[in-house]
Design a protein around this ligand. Structure first.
Ligand SMILES: Cc1ncc(COP(=O)(O)O)c(C=O)c1O
Length: 446
């Protein structure tokens, strides 16, 4: 499966010539093979986009795509939702950064609080990464402990203690990683009474649960953490408002000490939020003596432009309709996609819950009868790096057929995706799979 000179790649480069020119310029600027985010790296290169609307986007060469990246999951409402556009346009002419308190930040935070019962207090940020950094700071101040307990493969951003343990030159001295879904191991660590915080990615590792968490396990986390004086931080940066108005915690029925939000909360503009117990937020009280007080800086915190978009979006999230509609379209892709895999005898599955779909190639533990259940419980199989070349290849096939997703394997839906878009996606997937069977690039899973 040569990836450089074969006819697919040649055709892709022919059809994406203006993107190639931009990629060449980008490589001199952005060392990560010209990309500005690790999931935007692809050999030869991903297309360079000029504009987007609804669930579609277009590149500099005039190619059209059904978009399943949806702003890394931030765009549950799709591109340019009219309510968000109107709100932002109106705010634009009223000023984008007052550097002062304003009514919009209050309204936005109240909407968040109304949807999330765990939100006794709210703090606003420009992104989810920063919300997690503050969560960690507050947990340390509150508990007087330093150490952080995390689950393997769970993603919380790129800051030092939140980054992957495989990152070089990152300070992990205070971080311990344990496998998820193992109560004994969790209790063994927590009982050392050393941890300020236990971080958990809502749904499971990577974009809402590519390696899912057992719900029974999740329901016991908080009790155990409380028993040993550790604060539980639930990272709902992906799931917050995407899976339900009350987030993943509302679906599962848990109430973490702190929750971080991002992506959807800003209605498509960059945002993050930290919500949770008022007593933990007390560290931010200006009446605290120096040394006991956490100060929250940040030029872009709660900026009026993002707040206006966030308000427009949260009003829609509150209805539950965007979540329902996007989840229905996603369920259709899982169902129809699995038929194609089964018909062709390919070992793998489409799976997932709500409006995110994961595609997995590899051994499955059971016949797929319920697409919300992952095809294997083995996280190592679900994230097996030996499948990356197959998924990269699939991605180029899909891009050539007008489908843009994340790393070939993740499809993020919005309320703008229709049954017709799913049909087109299924056709593109079928054609791609048949082409791959022809060229022999699927032999490892058949
Ligand atoms: C679960 C999770 N937490 C935190 C983050 C970081 O959020 P941001 O990219 O807004 O800084 C991400 C980003 O993808 C995420 O998926």
């Amino acid at each position: 499966m040569s990836n450089n000179k074969d006819s697919l790649v040649k055709k892709y480069i022919d059809d994406h010539q203006k993107s190639a020119i931009l990629h060449k310029r980008a490589k001199k600027l952005f060392t990560a093979d010209g990309a500005t985010h690790f999931i935007r790296i692809l050999n030869p290169y991903r297309p360079y986009i000029t504009h987007a609307d609804g669930c579609k986007k277009w590149d500099v060469d005039g190619n059209e795509y059904i978009d399943y990246i949806m702003g890394h999951g931030a765009l549950l409402l799709g591109h340019n939702h009219p309510d968000v556009v109107r709100a932002v346009q109106e705010q634009m002419s009223r000023g984008v950064l007052y550097g002062e308190n304003h009514a919009l930040e209050v309204e936005w935070a109240e909407l968040i609080q109304e949807m999330m019962p765990s939100a006794e207090r709210v703090l606003l940020f420009p992104c989810g990464n920063e919300a997690n950094m503050m969560a960690l700071r507050l947990c340390r101040v509150f508990t007087g402990r330093n150490k952080v307990l995390r689950f393997e493969k769970h993603y919380h951003g790129w800051a030092d203690e939140l980054a992957s343990p495989t990152e070089p030159s990152v300070c992990h001295d205070n971080v311990v990683f344990i496998p998820p879904n193992n109560l004994n191991k969790l209790e063994e660590e927590l009982s050392k009474k050393e941890y300020a915080a236990l971080f958990t990615e809502a749904g499971g590792a990577f974009l809402g649960g590519r390696t899912p968490l057992d719900i029974d396990f999740v329901r016991q986390i908080h009790g155990l953490a409380q028993k040993y004086g550790t604060l539980w931080v639930l990272d709902e940066v992906v799931t917050g408002f995407r899976v339900s108005p009350g987030g993943w915690q509302g679906v599962v029925g848990v109430k973490p000490d702190l929750t971080t939000l991002g992506k959807c909360v800003g209605g498509g503009l960059s945002a993050g939020a930290l919500i949770g117990r008022a007593d933990i937020f007390e560290a931010l009280n200006p009446k605290n003596a120096p040394g006991l007080r956490v100060q929250h800086g940040g030029t872009w915190n709660a900026n009026p432009l993002t707040a206006s978009a966030g308000i427009a979006a949260c009003k829609l999230f509150k209805t539950g309709e965007p979540q329902k509609k996007s989840a229905e379209a996603a369920a259709l892709l899982r169902k129809e996609g699995n038929k194609i895999l089964k018909e062709r005898g390919i070992s793998g599955a489409f799976y997932g819950q709500s409006s995110i779909v994961y595609l997995y190639f590899g051994p499955i533990d059971h016949e797929i009868t319920d697409e919300t259940v992952s095809p294997t419980k083995d996280a190592a199989k679900l994230t097996d790096p030996s499948m990356t070349p197959i998924l990269n290849r699939l991605l180029i096939h899909l891009l050539q057929r007008g489908i843009a997703n994340i790393l070939g394997s993740i499809f993020i839906f919005s309320t703008m995706h229709t049954g017709d878009d799913v049909d087109k996606t299924i056709n593109a997937f079928r054609e791609s799979i048949d082409a791959m069977l022809n060229e022999g690039s699927l032999s490892a899973v058949r």
